[in-house]
Design a protein around this ligand. Structure first.
Ligand SMILES: *Cc1c(COP(=O)(O)O)cnc(C)c1O
Length: 457
């Protein structure tokens, strides 16, 4: 029999109960379109010598295709990697208060640029400014789209057409195409490199300063660490050097992560805080909103009233402005710091500060749940990472759950294809899950997803 004749017509396919359900969910037009494409595809397969699928088989393929094409590609996942600030997984999860503020402002009208007292136009830039100044001691603040925008904007305003001096040890690439030399070029400033990859001294900066120098730039070497024979100049020393000049150059501090909390109280190495940067006298301090701050994607610029006022007048600032939902989340995040409860309320700090005993207990709980499902999982001592270019090389002790699997890559793929998708780590042929980065309340969904994936093979 002619295999093409075994194929149903498009209308017959659409009449299948399973397909009718799809139409109810996604609309007739879209499903019809997908059905037509599927039948074309199947005709090609038959031409290639394959057997025609039966009607339920076709309906199943159509459903899979429609679900894949018509559901959002941006959706929540469970981060079981143990990397707290995972850029590919959206960096910092927001606190409950930040998520609620974001939703409330996003779903309605707001005071974004409205002054309630005056009953007229206000400025979107006031919203986070007072809190940022209060928390850091800065005179003024400006929030833009992200830290890359913050650095670009500041360099352009301060140093366009002039020279910027930077250590060769800080000419970094952050990822996502953010390279300091390129950003400098973008901003119209000329790069003057000083020192070497591993050692830069104050005298190197001193020798490079000339009448053309507009700024000394310090960049946090976020995602790598040079160990051994190293030397760098502190922000404070750069500020002191700048002040000895007849026309003092600006001292710009790209902190990258920018922490408001003392990292040593979490058992991590010392990181200069944002407050330290302000106290040291930086002309401008820049950092991300969604790294160690634990808020939404944003770039924060702190500096003098004059500098910030000048930045606000730049046409580029308009192009880099933040939206209302971001500002709402940022304000709510900052309020947790003002209350002194950031370590308890903000997920990034909750995760970094998670007690080893609590992580071990949770891992054992997972193992029990998985064994009940017939999976011989085991706990294993391991390490979590802060990630996001914060504290490179630093790890935090944790307890991992190892899943036995003859094909770890395949199991990891099946887990990624699940709903919710689970992202794991593979080390030494073991599929590993770290409780540190799995949000409270996700345990049950995680265990169900793992059980389902293991049953699949
Ligand atoms: C992460 C980082 C940036 C870029 O910040 P985004 O908020 O991702 O734009 C810039 N500089 C440093 C040092 C960083 O670590």
């Amino acid at each position: 029999m002619n295999p093409y004749r075994q194929l149903p017509s498009l209308d017959r396919l659409l009449d299948q109960p399973a397909v009718q359900a799809l139409i109810g969910e996604f609309g007739r037009l879209a499903v019809r379109d997908a059905g037509r494409r599927l039948l074309e595809q199947v005709r090609l397969e038959i031409a290639g010598g394959e057997q025609p699928p039966d009607l339920p088989g076709l309906a199943g393929r159509l459903a899979a295709q429609v679900w894949r094409d018509l559901t959002p590609t941006l959706r929540p996942v469970i981060n079981a990697t143990g990397i707290v600030i995972h850029t590919n997984l959206g960096r910092a999860p927001l606190s409950a208060a930040a998520a609620q503020s974001m939703l409330a402002v996003a779903a309605g009208y707001s005071t974004l640029e409205y002054d309630l007292e005056a009953g007229g136009r206000g400025s979107r830039y006031v919203h986070a400014e007072r809190l940022l100044c209060e928390l850091t001691g800065a005179e003024a603040a400006l929030v833009v789209n992200n830290n890359a925008a913050a650095v670009t904007l500041v360099l352009r305003a301060v140093a366009s057409g002039h020279e910027v001096v930077i250590s060769r040890g800080e000419l970094v690439e952050i990822g996502g195409g953010f390279r300091i030399p390129d950003i400098l070029q973008q901003s119209g400033a000329r790069l003057v490199e000083v020192g070497t990859t591993n050692r830069t001294r104050l005298a190197d900066y001193e020798a490079a300063i000339s009448g053309a120098t507009a700024a000394l730039l310090k960049v946090h070497p976020s995602n790598f660490r040079i160990v051994g024979f190293t030397e760098s100049v502190s922000l404070g020393d750069l500020v002191a050097l700048a002040r000895t000049q007849t026309t003092p150059p600006a001292v710009l501090d790209d902190q990258g992560s920018g922490t408001l909390l003392d990292t040593t109280s979490f058992g991590l190495a010392y990181e200069m805080t944002v407050q330290d940067s302000i106290a040291a006298g930086a002309t401008a301090t820049m950092f991300s909103g969604d790294k160690l701050l634990g808020g939404p994607q944003a770039g924060v610029i702190l500096g003098s009233k004059d500098l910030i006022a000048g930045l606000r007048r730049q046409p580029l600032t308009r192009a880099l402005r933040v939206d209302k939902a971001t500002l709402a989340a940022l304000q709510a995040t900052l309020l947790a710091y003002v209350r002194g409860s950031a370590a308890q309320e903000i997920p990034v700090w909750q995760m970094i500060g998670a007690a080893p005993e609590a992580l071990a207990a949770r891992a054992q709980e997972w193992v029990r749940g998985l064994r009940q499902g017939g999976l011989p999982a085991e706990t294993l001592p391991g390490q979590s990472a802060v990630g996001g270019g914060a504290l490179p090389g630093q790890t935090l002790p944790t307890t991992l759950v190892a899943l036995p699997s003859p094909q770890p890559d395949k199991l990891a793929l099946t887990l990624r294809r699940g709903e919710p998708a689970v992202i794991v780590r593979i080390e030494d042929d073991l599929v590993l899950m770290d409780p540190r980065t799995v949000l409270p309340g996700q345990d049950e969904a995680l265990l169900a997803a793992v059980n389902a994936a293991s049953n699949e093979g």
